[in-house]
Unconditional design. Structure first.
Length: 180
């Protein structure tokens, strides 16, 4: 039986593959192998589904951020380094596609923009806190957090070197410049 979570998962998958324009009831019903009637038993309309997708994405991202910031038992530098390595070693193409699709959607939609802002603020606050533990002023910590996340996401888009050793060396060098 297809439940609410299935519709949301299908919506996220379609969002990552086709962008917001592809997230349509008939497309998702086909993807799930059900009729549109099941959709309307769970959601009032497409905007209600889109709201549920955004809520699910925000909750999942914030939970992941909190979990990532707890990794490792060392100091702030070590914990930040663990997060860099986590993103470098486990580039999730589907997750990155959803992230980019939501960011694209956010450029045209206030609800999506608010969701992205919430996630970004949580990411930046957590990383800035760790940079603060390293002795940076609040302004320096915030700027370092912005550079940290620009690097974390950017490396997944830029470093396509098929040689893992070369990619690892590049990521290690960049992380060093970030004070890690």
């Amino acid at each position: 039986m297809v439940d609410t979570a299935d519709w949301i998962s299908a919506g996220l998958a379609e969002l990552g593959e086709s962008g917001i324009g592809g997230v349509r009831v008939e497309v998702l019903a086909r993807r799930l192998g059900v009729t549109k009637g099941g959709f309307y038993r769970r959601f009032k309309d497409r905007p209600a589904l889109l709201d549920a997708i955004l809520d699910h994405w925000v909750e999942g991202r914030i939970a992941a951020i909190r979990q990532q910031m707890r990794l490792g038992s060392g100091n702030a530098r070590e914990r930040l380094r663990i997060v860099v390595n986590l993103f470098a070693e486990r580039t999730n193409a589907e997750g990155l596609a959803v992230e980019l699709a939501i960011r694209s959607w956010a450029r045209r939609d206030a609800r999506a923009s608010a969701a992205v802002l919430r996630v970004d603020e949580q990411r930046l606050d957590e990383v800035a806190r760790l940079y603060g533990e390293l002795g940076k002023s609040p302004t320096e910590a915030r700027c370092s957090a912005v550079l940290f996340y620009a690097f974390v996401f950017g490396q997944g888009l830029l470093f396509l070197d098929p040689e893992p050793e070369a990619r690892a060396r590049m990521i290690d060098s960049c992380a060093g410049l970030l004070g890690l």
